[in-house]
Design a protein around this ligand. Structure first.
Ligand code: PA5
Length: 446
């Protein structure tokens, strides 16, 4: 069994023939990825990554994870964007929903820093860490991103003050570029254990590198199964698979056809709260890859049924420029049967004997029908069950479809020039050395 894409509920809005008509374009895009002849071709290291991970690398990751697992109650993953979202998405999806409250723990709690500059967040984190044995995984490909660098300086200082420099050095792992950037300089100088982010893998495509794998292993999940799922999808979305059977090709084709027909927003939907960060990871992947040159589908995400009581109104009856992609999980990991009640005070005896998941599934089905009736095309990706293997399939599927989709759109899916604009202004406002002219210019505007 594999994850399964269904696109038939889009066919009332775009024709099956029109989607089938993408075959040549999609085949060209897929070939351009594999032959390295498309835009951004020096960032294709993710393409054959799952099948090229070797045993020695896995053992190194597992051994490093074990050191942190044995010595820490809390591990702080420092990173922003692609340097933390993949890990958080997978860890959240696989963890107990009340993970941080569990008293009998087999794994450290993984928390995050460097993904914001909230002073209260950092203050509260540092206060908490005063009472915990903690370690740090500092992740930055460039090694110069402000948010994680700021968090790293604070937490490294705290760890060194609490544990002494020698002990702290063993509890800090750096994941960064092989030679450039301030994090590499610090790691070399201080003698941290490091893992390399290869030049040809961009942040948002890096979940199957140590960027994602080390935190996931620290959290106690099986990275071998995750990779094995990704290897399956790598083959299934490869050049040998015909367009009609290639899920990444189909998804790329249908979403581009929907976009052409005015569906400019795609909403990724889940029916399980622990999938929230899969939506965040997906938003980054597609938003940063496709939103450029004044085009690109706007990626949004909602958690159902929660958001049916907020965004549900807009989705049902607002501007008809949206389509939905539902992540559906076929089998829950646990069983909870709804009990019968003699008094039936709540009038819910019609649910007695049913599994909670059956109620959720009927909410899912009912919502799909309502939204399609309301003018919202519906795509579905079904996972047989929520585990490492199928998440590995899902992550690679989305990455591959994103590469193909970006090429169909005509953009370079592997750069992010637009991310620089805010940084330039922030540095100018903070009077960073080297930004004197920009400082003068921006101060004249405020
Ligand atoms: O996808 C990307 O390339 C970005 O979101 C980066 O991951 C993010 O900006 C963090 O960059 P870095 O890892 O260099 O600190």
């Amino acid at each position: 069994e594999n994850i399964k894409l269904s696109i038939d509920k889009a066919f009332g809005f775009v024709s099956e023939q029109a989607v089938a008509g993408y075959k040549a374009q999609v085949d060209d895009a897929n070939a351009a990825l594999h032959n390295g002849t498309g835009k951004g071709s020096d960032f294709l290291g993710w393409l054959n990554l799952p099948s090229s991970i070797d045993e020695a690398h896995l053992q190194d990751l597992e051994a490093t994870a074990k050191i942190l697992r044995n010595n820490c109650e809390v591990v702080v993953v420092i990173g922003i964007g692609g340097s933390y979202l993949g890990a958080k998405a997978v860890i959240d999806a696989l963890s107990n929903s009340f993970d941080w409250l569990l008293t009998e723990r087999k794994s450290p709690v993984v928390v995050y820093a460097g993904q914001n500059i909230g002073e209260d967040y950092l203050y509260e984190l540092q206060e908490l860490l005063k009472t915990k044995k903690f370690g740090i995984i500092s992740i930055s490909k460039s090694g110069t991103t402000t948010e994680p660098a700021l968090a790293f300086r604070l937490l490294k200082t705290q760890l060194e003050e609490e544990q002494g420099k020698a002990a702290a050095q063993k509890l800090i792992i750096a994941i960064t570029d092989k030679s450039r950037g301030a994090l590499r300089t610090a790691a070399t100088q201080e003698g941290y254990k490091t893992f390399v982010i290869e030049d040809n893998v961009g942040g948002r495509f890096s979940v199957l590198t140590p960027v994602g794998l080390l935190p996931i292993a620290v959290a106690g999940f099986d990275i071998r199964k995750l990779i094995s799922g990704a290897v399956t999808m790598e083959a299934k979305c490869g050049l040998e698979t015909p367009f009609e059977q290639n899920p990444a090709a189909q998804y790329a084709a249908v979403r581009n056809e929907l976009y052409k027909n005015g569906k400019t927003t795609e909403i990724l939907v889940n029916f399980h709260p622990k999938l929230h960060y899969i939506g965040e990871w997906w938003k980054q992947l597609y938003g940063e890859s496709e939103g450029k040159e004044n085009k690109g589908i706007f990626p949004a995400a909602v958690d159902f049924t929660t958001d049916l009581h907020s965004m549900g109104q807009w989705i049902q009856e607002g501007e008809r420029t949206i389509f939905e992609t539902v992540i559906s999980v076929k089998e829950s990991n646990y069983t909870k049967v709804f009990p019968h009640s003699e008094e039936n005070l709540d009038g819910l005896n019609f649910l007695a004997g049913k599994r909670v998941d059956e109620v959720n599934k009927m909410a899912e089905l009912g919502t799909m029908i309502a939204h399609v009736d309301g003018g919202v095309p519906n795509l579905k990706i079904e996972l047989p069950v929520l585990n490492e293997y199928y998440l590995g399939e899902l992550l690679y599927f989305f990455e591959k479809a994103c590469g193909i989709s970006g090429y169909i759109l005509g953009v370079n899916p592997f750069d992010q020039p637009g991310v620089e604009a805010y940084k330039k202004n922030m540095f100018a406002l903070l009077e960073k050395p080297g930004f004197e002219a920009e400082t003068k210019a921006i101060k004249a505007r405020i």
